[in-house]
Design a protein around this ligand. Structure first.
Ligand SMILES: Nc1nc2c(ncn2[C@@H]2O[C@H](COP(=O)(O)OP(=O)(O)OP(=O)(O)O)[C@@H](O)[C@H]2O)c(=O)[nH]1
Length: 585
């Protein structure tokens, strides 16, 4: 094995360990594993309860705990990045380029080549594409304040071999924070670890440790049949040690980092499990919902802060919700629920907002009673996700982004370009496929039968042990009947050719269209046996409230949300995180 290959493999290993698995984040709670990757989505009642508690209990002590959590999380992120960089440093750009054409088995590290197969019977077209660097938007900035001087540190998560960040990472590793990173774990008397007292969390413990202890206790009660995998004491000791060290640092975090860390802490996450990718996404989500929040929340806060709701206040809230495209049905529901509680007593604004959060989260989770709570492709099985939606909603982009998440999360993925109605759509999906290093099955002819493409794609998927087949479908045909016929035909082919596959039919909806998008949705709902929604373009719209209208009117769960055009700008939906971002101060 050549030196170049050795470097490349060790680099890939590091990348594999570092890359955040968004699908696994969804899985973990379902499996009741003691990993800390819990999602509020899958346990709404408990999360709601704890959310409300936290909202109404924002004492200075808790704030201080959140701050130490953020510091510890930041330090851990730094530590991981420094470690990863020390391994990746020897890999120069040239060596990656050299290795890439040899088709390494790890597309993430050397995804410089993607093959697009055409389903044309006689012709197979290979397209080599250039390496698309990983999105570098995973950025968290904190300023580190030492007694006499202030130094800015930029941490940039760069799971891919982007040498341009060397300087930044060097900076980090040279900083005083990095110097204190060596963690001593032996002989450190740890008086009260969360693991040792899950039943009655010690009040003197930091907030995140109490949340973790409570979570452990909950899990103990719930998972009678689950495999017990006690957390190694070493890890806990390490966390505590890091937290202690970190809390001694004088760090001034940017608001987005702090808020994101709080959101993760509130879900029982431990500081060492916080990934920069999650922080970056949460910051982006909150920023994206800024317009909706400004229009909606600040005004609602002002109204509910005035005392018990009177008729005029109710009308005002109603108008605000309708303006945010929450829709009539969802608005009625929210107003009724609010009135139920607030008309009798005057609540402080924070408590009223906490209650509003509970109502919204409850609404967003309601479709999960009739659909799977956890949403991720099943490993070692063929999962087929049919993507539907009108042209321009972000369907192709969404397919590309999901393919990217799937690749990074270790799934074998394939795309079927079955939107043959529009020639450009096939080209577009090929570009996205190549960005993620995912193969695209297409038919070069125009207006060819989309069902034939789907048939070929399933055949290819079955012969190659593909775990996730993403099918792009046409969004606009000459008339509604044609559209319905085509979607029904595709569905028939899928059901017949892959009877054991796990099938999802996802509607991609453009949030900026608000209520108009929902009217289109109804057409698709009839034709495509929809099982979920992907809400795109939440960034920069004042109509973020449409998420509530979607679940209320369609009774479909939101599975992903998009908040940007980049490949990293789509993530699995968490009702807890969405509501927190929507209603945060
Ligand atoms: N701001 C923002 N733009 C997005 C988002 N998702 C998609 N877009 C943009 O929306 C436009 C349309 O996206 P497409 O993926 O081409 O939409 P489509 O539904 O496949 O439409 P056709 O390609 O016409 O079939 C593109 O310019 C995307 O970059 C998002 O979450 N935020």
């Amino acid at each position: 094995m050549s030196a170049i290959q050795v470097v490349c493999f060790s680099w890939q290993f590091t990348v594999g360990a570092m890359v955040f698995n968004w699908f696994r984040r969804q899985f973990s709670q379902e499996q009741a594993a003691p990993s800390t990757e819990e999602q509020a989505t899958t346990t709404p009642p408990e999360t709601e309860e704890s959310t409300a508690e936290k909202q109404s209990d924002a004492s200075p002590e808790i704030s201080a705990d959140y701050l130490s959590f953020a510091k510890a999380a930041y330090k851990n992120i730094q530590q991981r990045q420094a470690q990863s960089e020390s391994v990746t440093e020897p890999a120069p750009v040239e060596s990656t380029d050299e290795v890439a054409p040899s088709k390494s088995s790890e597309p993430e590290a050397t995804s410089t080549e993607a093959i697009v197969s055409e389903t044309h019977t006689t012709e197979t077209e290979s397209v080599t594409v250039e390496d698309e660097p990983e999105a570098t938007s995973t950025e968290a900035i904190v300023s580190e304040t030492h007694t006499t001087e202030t130094e800015s540190v930029t941490v940039e998560d760069e799971p891919e071999p982007a040498l341009k960040t060397d300087a930044q990472v060097e900076n980090v590793s040279e900083s005083p924070v990095a110097e204190t990173e060596s963690v001593v774990v032996e002989d450190e008397p740890i008086a009260s670890q969360p693991e040792t007292s899950p039943e009655a969390p010690d009040e003197s413990l930091p907030f995140w440790a109490r949340a973790e202890a409570e979570r452990q206790a909950r899990l103990e009660r719930l998972k009678a049949t689950a495999i017990e995998e006690p957390e190694p004491v070493l890890a806990t000791t390490e966390t505590t040690q890091v937290a202690d060290e970190a809390s001694n640092l004088d760090l001034a975090f940017d608001e987005g980092f702090l808020w994101s860390a709080e959101i993760l802490a509130a879900q029982g996450r431990k500081p060492e499990d916080v990934s920069i990718e999650e922080i970056t996404w949460l910051k982006k989500l909150r920023q994206g919902l800024d317009k909706t929040r400004r229009n909606l929340v600040n005004q609602i806060k002002a109204i509910v802060g005035q005392g018990p709701l009177n008729q005029a206040a109710v009308l005002e809230i109603e108008a605000l919700l309708l303006q945010a495209d929450v829709g009539v049905e969802a608005t009625d529901y929210i107003i009724n629920a609010l009135q139920e509680r607030i008309k009798q007593e005057a609540l402080p604004p924070e408590v009223a907002i906490a209650y509003l959060k509970e109502i919204l989260q409850d609404m967003l989770n309601r479709p999960l009673t009739s659909h799977n709570a956890a949403f991720a492709p099943e490993k070692d099985t063929l999962n087929i996700w049919l993507m539907t939606g009108v042209n321009g909603a972000g369907k192709t982009t969404t397919i590309g982004k999901i393919a990217h998440i799937a690749q990074k999360s270790g799934y074998n993925c394939l795309i079927a370009a079955a939107d043959t109605f529009r020639a450009a759509a096939v080209e577009q999906v090929k570009i996205w496929g190549s960005r993620s290093g995912v193969e695209v099955i297409a038919n070069p002819g125009q207006n060819t039968d989309p069902a034939a493409v789907v048939f070929d794609a399933i055949t290819a998927a079955q012969s190659r042990n593909i775990e996730l087949l993403l099918v792009d479908t046409a969004g606009r045909l000459q008339n509604k009947k044609n559209l319905m016929d085509e979607l029904s035909k595709i569905r028939r082919i899928v059901d017949k050719k892959a009877p054991n596959a796990k099938i999802e039919s996802l509607l991609v909806l453009d949030a900026t269209l608000g209520q108009n998008g929902l009217r289109q949705a109804e057409v698709f709902a009839q034709a495509a046996q929809l099982s979920g929604v992907v809400l795109t373009k939440l960034d920069g719209t004042a109509k973020g409230g449409v998420a509530l209208a979607v679940v209320q009117q369609l009774n479909l769960p939101i599975r992903f949300i998009g908040a940007g055009e980049g490949v990293e700008d789509l993530r699995p939906f968490s009702s807890y995180e969405f509501v927190e971002a929507l209603l945060s101060s």
